[in-house]
Design a protein around this ligand. Sequence first.
Ligand code: ATP
Ligand code: MG
Ligand code: MG
Length: 379
Amino acid sequence: GSTIGVLGGGQLGRMMALAGTNLGYRFVTLDPTPDAPCGQVAQQITAAYDDIESAKKLAKRSDVITYEFENVDSNVAALLEKESYVPQGSRLLYTTQHRLREKRAIEAAGVKVAPYAEIQSEDDLQLAVERLGIPAVLKTATGGYDGKGQWVIRSETEIAEAYSTLAKASTELVLEQFIAFERELSVIVARSPRGELSTFPVSENIHVDNILHISIVPARIPQEIQNRAQQLAAQVAESMEAAGLLAVEMFLTGDGELYVNELAPRPHNSGHYTMDACVTSQFEQHVRAICNLPLGKTNLLTPVVMVNILGEHLEAVVERLGTSDDTADRLGVVPKLHLYGKKEAKEKRKMGHINLLCRDVEDGLDWIHETNIWRKINR
Ligand code: ATP
Ligand code: MG
Ligand code: MG
């Protein structure tokens, strides 16, 4: 059995290791937190992500290297490529680490992104707001996640403050036109170094406070749009010569246009539904892709709704799923729990998720609503 090294030891690495272990691989992870979620199910080297000596150690112990986040230090990426085998390469990382490079790569694939402008000064921002209109979203080009490093500009009076606040975090900023989307969608594509490509079913995603809350599959949109979304995601992965997984986040507007919001070159929270609802999970598919194995089938076995468990939900969820669940029985919903083994249940921290297997996604949404654990959403 070969050993797969994972840079980053969070839940994505953990679920990758659990899936890959079933294919006979061993895992070793590099993470600064002792006993990280992935380290609990694999060997762990405990050190900072950018510690060169430890990265070297990871490379020595691994036949194949992958990562579970995109902000991999470029020195580390170069070293890993030199000392081991990184089938995903460093170009995919370089592109997806930076919103401007990413947008240019998406456009080069012939796919639309929201109109945007590169911002290097407050004057740039003033002009860009005039051109793109209000509202507009100012984002740091690097390092943002869960909506951190973003400012929705709703009035010209906010320009100075938005600029000075975000410029502290990053010298490179991007302004995007605000897309009044009808739905947010994502498609996860797998591509292997030998060029085999496979897409998962389209997920409809609902965010609360910029954090993914729910994924709904099948997405409640016409089949024709689902086909287009999958086609477009495949086109981006092909054009970038991606290897491993590529998650493609999109906006669908009322007139049927699809815009790509952003990419992630790794397993994605909106693909967790695949663990129980697809023949092959995104994690197994990622391992297959980077190991150049034939890709697995991605058929959807059942409608499913995935709901995230954040720190503030954990206690109520554990109590609820520990007793007989009449609501689930009445709705014909089967809740399947996944927890990540994180010690502290901090607010907004992703602790686990539930895949609600159901006859119809509306039943899964009813279950979430009736438990009174999560904030009520507009369906
Ligand atoms: P993630 O945790 O997914 O990496 P992130 O911090 O990188 O998030 P984005 O995905 O760029 O942020 O944006 C977060 C959310 O903000 C989006 O899912 C969407 O709901 C909203 N949003 C971002 N950009 C736009 C836009 N141009 N128009 C409308 N809504 C937007
Ligand atoms: Mg992001
Ligand atoms: Mg996003």
